[in-house]
Design a protein around this ligand. Sequence first.
Ligand code: C5P
Length: 343
Amino acid sequence: MQTDVWSDVHEVPHVRLGQSADLVVVAPATADLLARAAIGRSDDLLTATLLTARCPVLYAPAMHTEMWEHPATQANIETLRGRGAVVLDPAVGRLTGADSGPGRLPEPAEIFAVARTLLDRGALPLDLAGRHVLVTAGGTREPLDPVRFLGNRSSGRQGYALARAAIARGAEVTVVAANVALPDPAGAKVIRVGTAGEMRDAVRAAAISADAVIMVAAVADFRPATASQTKIKKTGADPEPIALVRNPDILAELAHDRPRPGQVVVGFAAETDDVLANGRAKLAAKGADLLVVNEVGDGRGFGTTDNAATLLGADGSVVDVPMGSKDRLADAIWDAVVARLPR
Ligand code: C5P
């Protein structure tokens, strides 16, 4: 461990650390540190290391909301991002003292996940820098009564893997999360929703500024026609059948409306049979640019850590992504999205 420039001077630590690093992580990064890094100060071991590092640099800012939102801090962050650093947006929550708001350090395990992705990728270009991407994750729940719902088995893992991968590629990331019980991906803005209707409102609002939208969430196609205000009681009589009504197809609506010119719209399709034929038909029906088709059932897909998929393009392209981690599939999907983004 090194803490200052005056120990082991013969080893020249103030340049050696940066020169030999594969990744530099600054967590927490204070407003002051970000300012000093942005103007290239080098009057202590950390700033000297930042100035000599040629590897990826990851900052996880943490500070009070006012400091985070100050134009000076935001300008410094723009400068650092413009030079290729990955600067995470802080989480929203309890800060030091009684305050709460944007400025909280993301969960360390999530910062670690971004760091690992950066290490795996090496010093590749941040090909989503300056882009805003929107990812939906999880599964909607459509209430039957105050305690029961129609839902599905989606865990949110693939959506969160996509969010993490986009952050590591430099994007500003919004996640619309339906019933996900996972820690927030570090650096992403997470909007929580419950039902398909809530997801639609959140997606439509965030999509206006999104360069790419990936709809990973499993959205209920139908919802109960009425939700009881009180818990449905067990009576002696046979239960009433549940009447269902159709939910809006958020993906098809978005692909049709394209709220931002050049926006790339991606859907997911979990299929249990005739995977490719069903996928092609679904891609056409939805009007998306890309459909990620994967076979589910028998322990595949939902809730697992690995996934395999075929990426079908509206241009007729077919890319097979073999079984591997959801992180690897996420990167393959972003590769396909980046190739379709307007320059
Ligand atoms: O039609 P299906 O549900 O199989 O399509 C899956 C894709 O469509 C996913 O990308 C999902 O997020 C999206 N979807 C949607 N709105 C719905 C149903 C599905 O956006 N009501």
